[in-house]
Design a protein around this ligand. Structure first.
Ligand code: SF4
Ligand code: SF4
Length: 237
């Protein structure tokens, strides 16, 4: 509305809303500017119909503050559509081994503690790919993501978890079940047996519980070690 008023100062602009929330710094000023300086008319009420009559676009609505029915003739009706994830985001997420949330946006590792990290180390999120957001939040998140990336790039050496999965080739039957279980794409088949890339493996253990042949174990958490731990705990009860 504000942009349109800048281009067409004489235009009459109506903004129909159900609920107005100006969360965020200076948003209240932004609303005042739209209302008082630009003269945009904010009408609290639901638009029930947009239709064309004799070549004129008409909007039928109810002003719920004044409790009256209103009808305005306009040159153009603009709908406020919901923001949706970009086309191809699923393909991107699958290539980068990033999770997708219930609404189809990229999933951060933790909404409060790790808001710019993805589940894949070294891949950071920023902007509307992660969730709908305005320019202020996008810039703040992009700065945080860049700082996180610099943190890695400024190191001479990168440490990695020592707890990674290993395959006992003698036990592996080559069923390939572990390949689809690994969320990081760390497993490949070599000569008919599974092989794990220790640099990519994050030690999540998903493949261990998937393998029907008990061919995979986590370093320092082998089946024998786990059995011994359980026995030690259970034996003391
Ligand atoms: S432990 Fe997790 S990350 Fe590592 S290979 Fe198994 S499933 Fe993949
Ligand atoms: S699930 Fe187990 S048996 Fe099947 S390919 Fe993977 S390591 Fe081998």
């Amino acid at each position: 509305g504000l942009l349109f008023k800048e281009l067409v100062p004489d235009a009459e602009v109506y903004s129909f809303y159900i609920d107005l929330r100006t969360v965020g710094k200076n948003y209240e000023d932004f609303l005042r500017r739209a209302q008082e300086e630009a003269g945009i008319q904010f009408i609290r009420g639901k638009v029930s119909k947009i239709y064309e009559e004799d070549g004129v676009v008409k909007i039928l609505a109810v002003d719920t503050l004044l409790n009256r029915r209103i009808e305005v003739e306009v040159d153009m009706a603009v709908l406020a559509l919901p923001m949706v994830p970009a086309d191809g985001i699923e393909e991107l997420a699958s290539k980068m081994r990033i999770q997708i949330d219930n609404n189809g946006f990229l999933q951060e590792l933790h909404p409060k503690l790790h808001p710019v990290e993805s589940a894949t180390p070294g891949i950071f999120l920023a902007g509307a790919a992660q969730s709908p957001k305005d320019i202020q939040d996008t810039v703040a998140q992009a700065s945080a993501a860049a700082s996180k990336a610099l943190e890695i790039l400024s190191q001479d050496k990168i440490s990695h978890t020592p707890i990674v999965a290993t395959v006992n080739r003698d036990l592996c039957s080559g069923c390939r079940l572990c390949l689809s279980a690994c969320p990081y794409g760390a497993i490949e088949m070599v000569d008919g047996r599974a092989e794990i890339n220790e640099i990519i493996c994050e030690g999540c253990g998903a493949c261990v519980s998937t393998c029907p042949s008990r061919a995979i174990s986590l370093r320092n958490f082998t089946y024998e070690q786990l059995d011994a731990m359980i026995e030690a705990v259970a034996g003391g009860i």
